[in-house]
Design a protein around this ligand. Structure first.
Ligand code: AMP
Ligand code: MG
Length: 342
């Protein structure tokens, strides 16, 4: 365990040396725990895909210590990238840029673009500064499982498969970075995340939000419909708050009467009335606090998944602005079914 604000230098140096020599190191970022590999070491990157059981067509985000480290990985840094970096880096914004040949195709899944970000977490920053290499780091979970927000989540998925975990406690934001494609005109948000579309529009008024049409080839595999998902089937209830609560209560009662164990997941206001009926309840926090709801989401999904349930019933969040958009997006991807109620 290292101090999240001022990590021990020796621990960081050991982790950095491990990365430089081709090892796989899990470390906290401000969003979720990442699993790092030397981004220019094809063998290390191949092993990273293998241990995560991640399909080769899902590209990785390359993490660097600062904007100055971006140019060598790209075919050029457009002015808009520098402007965004000045405003949002270090921080949870990933920029998709044209790739330089030095970046192995394994990292980018053969695309001619590369996704890059400068993380803000003091441990991630210290590690990147010490390693002095670009670090490819997807979330440190098994592919398609909920992302890890604690070192114990990393161990649950990857113990025995990776070389080191730098444990600095729970991550802050709890959902992944916003992925912004700067190779389209206007730029496109491929994955909503911790930097909101509204924040981006202050700098880039014409930024587009990509809605994933069903069945179409996806330019960003984070847009796979089922992703970040628990193993237990999850049904997401969407609609007016009172109608959602009625539907959840009815489903939970029916399940209990039939001897089936269901868990419910939602904001405090929604789940408060269901403690007596459901076999398990995950309270994400007050519906006025997107930050708390986002930071609890993945741990809550993992807890319910470990509770031996037949099904999870989730209430969709009521808002679609700011960080709520990312929460709604992840809830949708965690679900096997979405039911609209009115
Ligand atoms: P993860 O690090 O596991 O959250 O996943 C990284 C995600 O970043 C991928 O699933 C993609 O959605 C996105 N990404 C990475 N590289 C690219 C790229 N070159 N073009 C578009 N999206 C990318
Ligand atoms: Mg991931």
């Amino acid at each position: 365990m290292v101090d999240a604000a001022r990590p021990d230098e020796h621990a960081i140096e050991r982790a950095a040396a491990c990365l430089r020599s081709g090892g796989l190191v899990a470390f906290p970022t401000e969003t979720v725990y990442g699993l790092g590999a030397h981004a220019l070491d094809r063998e290390a990157v191949r092993r990273l895909f293998e241990v995560k059981e991640r399909p080769a067509h899902d590209p990785l985000i390359v993490h660097v210590a600062g904007l100055a480290d971006v140019a060598p990985l790209t075919a050029g840094v457009p002015q808009v990238a520098s402007t965004l970096a000045a405003r949002f880096w270090p921080g949870p914004l990933t920029l998709v840029l044209r790739r330089a040949p030095i970046v192995p195709p394994e990292v980018t899944a053969g695309l001619d673009t590369v996704a890059i970000r400068v993380p803000a977490h003091p441990v991630a920053r210290a590690l990147l500064l010490a390693a002095r290499i670009p670090v490819a780091a997807p979330s440190a979970n098994l592919f398609s499982r909920p992302s890890p927000t604690r070192a114990s989540h990393v161990m649950d998925d990857l113990a025995g498969r990776i070389d080191m975990v730098v444990d600095a406690g729970a991550t802050g934001v709890g959902v992944e970075s916003t992925v912004l494609d700067l190779t389209t005109d206007p730029p496109t948000v491929l994955r909503p995340g911790a930097v909101s579309v509204e924040d981006l529009r202050c700098v880039l008024p014409d930024v587009r939000l990509r809605e994933a049409p069903r069945g179409q080839v996806l330019p960003s595999p984070g847009l796979l419909e089922q992703h970040y998902a628990p193993r237990t089937p999850l049904t997401l209830y969407r609609g007016e708050a009172g109608a959602v609560l009625t539907a959840l209560r009815r489903e939970a009662e029916t399940a209990r009467a039939g001897g089936r164990r269901v868990g419910v997941l939602g904001t405090r206001e929604t789940v408060a009335a269901l403690h007596a009926t459901a076999a398990a309840v995950a309270d994400l926090g007050p519906e006025t606090d997107a930050g708390q709801v986002a930071s609890r989401l993945y741990a809550a999904l993992r807890e319910l998944d470990a509770a031996g349930l037949d099904a999870i019933l989730a209430a969709d969040v009521a808002h679609d602005h700011g960080l709520w958009r990312a929460v709604r997006d992840r809830l949708q991807r965690a679900s096997t079914e979405v039911i609209r109620v009115s």
